[in-house]
Design a binder for this molecule. Structure first.
Ligand code: PGA
Length: 238
């Protein structure tokens, strides 16, 4: 499974000066870190791997405002988040559209980072494993056994709340995700599974020490060099 992969999710933040600064500071870590940035920041080569935050479910057509997987690939983007809970919550993303987008990414070799995670009420009802499994099975419908993808588990109640899942809770869900992947086909069992939701320098080491946590998807703490560097350092200590 090799080194953990630390992905920053800049959401609706960031500009070119900031991206240039990050790419200079993290220039020697192209393999182990990446940033998922607004589309307008793509298209220029930086010394840091960049990805998109969503792709259109369509290849082309009358879809004003949409950007296809091909178009992102042309900007030099290496991956795209798919099915982030903010897309599910505010933009009508469904399991079916997540699946369509995953297939669009795979058709052009843009690595999909498939986001899954339960809401607070689902967590309180003890339904995390079941909800995450259903999201994952739907997202991977029709995906070939040799496909390259990454899964990110992000409990919705932990995103931007400062309330991270404990390492124990996260590991249990990650183990369930790995079992679901393995139940689809042997090849999927070794996929990277990132944890996301209030990852900070203070909790990164313990989270990343878990056997089924292979990296982090970091929102708020990826917006400042110091906090992002603290997480990268914690990943390297393990
Ligand atoms: P957070 O966001 O680290 O700010 O909780 C994570 C995400 O939404 O990917």
């Amino acid at each position: 499974m090799n080194a953990p992969w630390i992905v920053g999710n800049w959401k609706l933040h960031g500009d070119r000066p900031k991206l240039l600064q990050f790419s200079q500071v993290f220039a020697d870590r192209k393999q182990s870190i990446a940033l998922s940035v607004p589309a307008t920041l793509l298209g220029t080569e930086y010394a840091i791997a960049l990805g998109a935050q969503d792709v259109s479910a369509h290849k082309h057509g009358a879809y004003t405002g949409e950007i296809s997987a091909e178009m992102y690939l042309e900007t030099g983007a290496k991956f795209s988040l798919i099915g982030h809970s903010e897309r599910r919550q505010y933009h009508g993303e469904t399991d079916a559209s997540v699946n369509a987008k995953v297939l669009r990414c795979l058709s052009v070799n843009l690595l999909p980072v498939i986001c899954v995670g339960e809401t607070e009420s689902e967590f309180d009802a003890g339904r995390s494993a079941e909800v995450v499994r259903a999201q994952l099975l739907a997202a991977l419908d029709g995906v070939a056994s040799d496909a390259e993808f990454v899964v990110a588990y992000e409990p919705v109640w932990a995103i931007g709340t400062g309330k991270s899942a404990t390492a124990e809770i996260a590991q249990a869900v990650h183990a369930g995700i790995r079992a679901t992947l393995a139940s689809i086909c042997d090849e999927f069992a070794s996929k990277k599974i990132l944890y996301g939701g209030s990852v900070k320098p203070e909790n990164a080491k313990e989270l990343l020490a878990q056997p089924d946590i292979n990296g982090a998807l970091v929102g708020g703490a990826s917006l400042e060099i110091d906090s992002f560097a603290g997480i990268v350092a914690a990943a390297e200590e393990n």
